[in-house]
Design a protein around this ligand. Sequence first.
Ligand SMILES: *Cc1c(COP(=O)(O)O)cnc(C)c1O
Length: 377
Amino acid sequence: MDPVKRNVLLNPGPSTTTDTVKYAQVVPDICPREKEFAGLMKGLREDLVKIVHGDLEKYTSVLFCGSGTINIDICINSLLPEGKKVLVINNGAYSSRAVEICQFYGLPHIDLKFPVDQRPDLAVVEQTLKDNPDIGLVHTTHNETGTGILNPIREIGALVHKYNAIFTVDTTSTYAMRPINIEEDNIDFCMASAQKGLMSFTGLSFVVGNRSIIEKSKDFPKRSYYCNLYLQYECFEKTGEMHFTPPVQTIYATIQALKEYWAEGEEAKWARHTRVFNAINAGLDELGFKQVIRPEERAGLVSSVIYPDDPNWSFEKIHDYCYERGFTIYPGKISTTNTFRLCSLGAIDEADIKDFFVVFKEALVSTGVQVPVQYKD
Ligand SMILES: *Cc1c(COP(=O)(O)O)cnc(C)c1O
């Protein structure tokens, strides 16, 4: 096995993968309608439930071919009962995406907005649920990847269940990194895609959730054909297959990634991501950078950094300098503040971050940015 050039990706996914995961895609050609392939997907589906400590009787996972956004689309369009409305608890770009999905399907919804650098106010959430007994589905994002804020999903979920609604959580940027317990965290449905916490490739996304709600959703209004949760679930239950062609090579890679996940272990993996996150923050602090989210509210996976006030600062130039040397940094996703992001996912460790900061500092100095960086206020 020849080593593949290793890039350190500090963008919010896809993430750096191991060579063993990369090479797992190289397999003899196979028709995914063969029993052999259905057998592989059965084990994969169970593993995806086990990662969030779900009881296999009560919870299941449903696979889709698409990027992570397909999961948000599927959950919202498939899990809203007739005559009910969606409540989106929105403090960032990914929850705003859920609002756009409601708009595109013409679904009645409430866009309950909070500032992007603050956690949602639970009293306001509860009052909204109380005032709107027709809310049937509540959606929010666990780690708002645009800023890196951690939302209190367990507390929100308890309120959602008190008012008898279904709780869907976008866990795309925490799943298989920050430990989740689907039942204790009061989640009915969570979601992710293979290229993030699992450290595999793009093309495979999945929803993990409550089997009895999926079965009930058989009678909910159908709003999409390709992206209907019940239809895909039913197909898996009857045939063990996806309704339409699966992302074959990504599935092989993801099965290898899961072996590596269990070998590393939930706790050790989260400890590694935390080491990386701490190293990133220490490096940023040393250079004088300010961040958007208060330390105690960070999800521990995304650092959202405010541009310094320096006439020579150019994100593009810094990006290109780092990129040419194997490190990828990423623009921000906040409309009101200019930011960039450094993320702690992927098969990387502290030593990679040390190497990164050598290059990053060189980039600052060589483009004439004053170090430590300066802010006007
Ligand atoms: C990455 C991500 C997604 C999915 O984005 P895609 O570009 O569709 O893969 C969705 N939600 C969150 C919170 C994410 O971080």
